[in-house]
Design a protein around this ligand. Structure first.
Ligand code: ATP
Ligand code: MG
Length: 433
């Protein structure tokens, strides 16, 4: 059963605003006042897929509700609304990854909606996946060249490549990293051109005539069918499966942001990596995909306008609460401003650097290939390999770019935050045990 209802314990004005946004997205919001009401709701409504709790008002009651969400077989995710000061303390205490479960006040109801949608889509996909695996769907891909079936426990990573500035190397990095992961790292890769305006993934791989998502979904209309991204993708000579949303920026109404996000989330079940090249904008389509991304590569060339655009994106990312997923990649790293200066301005270390390669990428693209196919020994291909290795290490929790120097948190912050997290864990364990 799709879990499309959201239990909300927030002050009534906030509830009304959030409710309006969620209703627009097709989710039912149900207000609860206390743990008792939540308990009754959870017993009568198995479709509650998420809860939004207030971490500031009555903390004990919030903890009780949190425990109810995880009681017995139940494992319902929650978003906790806290003050920005509490969130700063969590980040400084090295707990920034808990961002996924926290929202800071003041927040906009629209941004909360995207978080909720992303979390519900993730949860729904888990259900879709178990059905798909049972159906043996797309076993050709599952068993393909690599000869391994993905374990249901392993889901692919969604890597978005984005910078609000054009011409900084987004497509070059997306295409070449995808081919590197597929060819040298023996991973299954889906490369998606989500740039419906100036997308050039397919042309750089010599695949201009492949069917687009718009073509196929338009043809699906009224037939009761809905092809998945894996069904629509075409295989490139490198083995990467390639997909483009549309050939033209016109008539893309069928690319409804929620449907696209759901389709991208579902693709994780069949591929190890889903690499998404994006158009430089902050529209709803992109926001839906940002929310799903495990890692967001921000290519930055070492020049002032590009760094300024990347700093702007970092600020937007804080607002969207995806800041901790950003991975800086300094492109054309041996020209212009030093990598160290780029890192200092951005406030965090680079995941990788890619040197300037003259006409090498252009020449490979002219032949419809990635650089690793055409020039396997080139130094810049070594840079791309290093980037691919870092992505794998980050997925496996073995790599995290160093933050640029920030003041060390004082004990004054750290202790209350540890206490808070400790109480959470202990109470939840006590309840379910
Ligand atoms: N490290 C590099 N060395 C040499 N050329 C590069 C490098 N990175 C990118 N280029 C070249 O720079 C140009 C712009 O790169 P690319 O198309 O990847 O940027 P983009 O961010 O995708 O642009 P858009 O926003 O227009 O989609 C391309 O011709 C590409 O081949
Ligand atoms: Mg591009």
């Amino acid at each position: 059963m799709p879990r499309s209802a959201v239990a909300i314990c927030l002050p009534s004005q906030e509830f009304l605003e959030v409710n309006a946004e969620l209703a627009e997205a097709g989710y039912e919001a149900i207000m609860v006042l206390d743990a008792g009401e939540l308990e009754t709701l959870l017993e009568s409504r198995p479709d509650v897929g998420l809860a939004i709790l207030d971490g500031e008002n009555d903390f004990d009651s919030t903890i009780e509700m949190y425990s109810l969400l995880h009681e017995g077989e139940r494992n319902i995710p929650s978003l906790m609304v806290v003050s920005s000061t509490a969130m700063d303390r969590l980040s400084l205490a090295g707990r920034a990854r808990v961002n996924g479960e926290f929202v800071t006040r003041p927040y906009s109801a629209a941004s909360l909606r995207w978080r909720v949608e992303a979390m519900l889509i993730r949860a729904e996909t888990m259900l879709i996946r178990s059905e798909a695996v049972l159906d043996g769907a797309r076993s050709d891909i599952l068993e393909g060249e690599v000869g391994v079936s993905p374990s249901p426990a392993n889901r692919g990573q969604i890597v978005v490549v984005f910078n609000p500035k054009g011409g900084v190397g987004k497509t070059t990095i997306a295409v070449n990293t995808a081919a590197m992961l597929q060819l040298r790292k023996r991973q299954r890769v889906l490369l998606i051109d989500c740039d419906t305006v100036t997308g050039h993934v397919v042309s750089s791989l010599g695949m201009d005539s492949i069917p687009t998502v718009v073509d196929v979904w338009e043809a699906d209309r009224g037939t009761g069918k809905s092809h998945s991204l894996a069904d629509i993708a075409s295989r490139h000579a490198s083995g990467v499966e390639v997909l483009t949303m549309s050939q033209s920026p016109l008539h893309t109404e069928v690319l409804e942001p929620k449907r696209v996000a759901q389709a991208v989330a579902a693709a994780r079940e069949l591929y190890d990596w889903v690499i998404v090249d994006m158009h430089p904008d902050y529209g709803p389509l992109n926001q839906g995909i940002f929310a799903l991304a495990d890692q967001i590569i921000v290519p930055v060339t070492p020049d002032v306008p590009t760094i300024r655009a990347a700093v702007q994106f970092r600020e937007v990312a804080v607002g969207l609460e995806i800041r901790e997923r950003l991975a800086l990649v300094v492109n054309r790293s041996n020209s212009g401003i030093s990598v160290g200066d780029v890192e200092r301005v951005m406030g965090f270390g680079a995941m990788a650097r890619v040197r300037s390669a003259g006409m090498l990428f252009v020449q490979a693209a002219n032949n419809g290939h990635a650089a690793v196919e055409e020039y396997p020994k080139a130094k810049v291909v070594g840079d791309i390999e290093n980037l691919a290795d870092r992505l794998i290490a980050a997925r496996d929790g073995e790599f995290r770019p160093a933050a640029s120097p920030v003041p060390r948190p004082s004990r004054f912050f750290v202790r209350p935050v540890r206490n808070l997290l400790g109480r959470f864990t202990a109470q939840a364990a006590g309840r379910s045990g």
